[in-house]
Design a protein around this ligand. Sequence first.
Ligand code: UD1
Length: 378
Amino acid sequence: MVKILNVVGARPNFMKMAPIIAAINRRPNEASQRLAHTGQHYDEAMSAVFFGDLGMPEPDINLETRSGTPTRQMAHIMAAFEEVLIAQRPDWVVVVGDVNSTIACALAANKLDVRTAHVEAGLRSFDRSMPEEINRVLTDQLADLLLTPSADADANLLREGIPIERIERVGNVMIDTLFQQLERARNSTILDQLELRPGEFAALTAHRPANVDNPKALRRIWSAIGEIARELPVIFPAHPRTRARMREFGLSAPAGVRVIAPLSYLDFLRLWSNARLALTDSGGLQEETTALGVPCLTLRDNTERPITIEQGTNRLVGSDPARIVGAAREILSGGVSFAGRAPELWDGNAADRIVEALIVRARLAEIVNSDQIAPAAT
Ligand code: UD1
């Protein structure tokens, strides 16, 4: 029996972990799993609500982290996770994505010589000012098994000198969740609640420190969004970080922008899949809009997900108001057609491939650790 300890911490982890847990539970004779939640995200709307929406079991272990400086946050996670690892001694720790919880748990596992698998390995923005980029690079250096979503991720890892044996391309596990939940999301009443008609609004998320922690940058983005909101309503489920910064800088959203609380997964999916246009600085949304075929303008100068531009519906527009508004107008006037397609292996079956890799490699490790391959006695 392969013992797997899964880790989640922040909102974008939940939709990646849900299908992995389900896939492990489909193989009860071969693998078992426990779920640890670091508590990096703790508000009901940022965490608990996703467990219900995604059919995830309650976490078996809570590390009770709260916000703080990144160093304090990660130090707390590492110390608490170390105790869990000593008590559980799993065959695998599985971490997903690029948040502080991801690197903190990978590092704690490495110190105790527990094998770690990183799901969504190999993505690179090549922008070291992003905390997530540092988390990605370091987690990939530490992890024993790098489960990648696409060929560009494989190439990044090989370029960094990671041995080929540690890499396995499994596809995009977040898209497993998206496909599984699309039908259920049709029952969401969010469009009625907000009195919106499909295709007649834009949807916005913004929470990256580079965009929202600096008053000048945030003002520039708001001025662009204000222009767009003259042409169609813009719905903005506000991340707590952004809401706090707006209050701090004395900024209010421009007319035509509706600031609402963070949404559950199903409401969010319903809203996004019906938007005329998505504006975001999130990583995951670039992928979700590609899979949904919704035009997406990414409010950043770089992306760790270039495949969403090459094959999908994504376009980088940075934070320059003229560029953002120009690109939005082109889409609204029908001037650009996005014939996006879902990239290879974004097929809804990534979690099964992940679990197969974990089981096969754990069996190989068993052989290595046994005396079966000791040189024959002469
Ligand atoms: C984190 C991730 C980011 C991800 C984002 C998704 C890192 C480095 N960043 O950023 O990659 O895109 O999550 O949401 O891990 N807060 C609350 N309630 C919560 C959680 C946070 O109020 O449940 C507030 C706190 O004021 C906190 C701030 O949000 O200080 C930032 O939270 P934190 O987890 O440090 O980073 P995020 O900006 O959420």
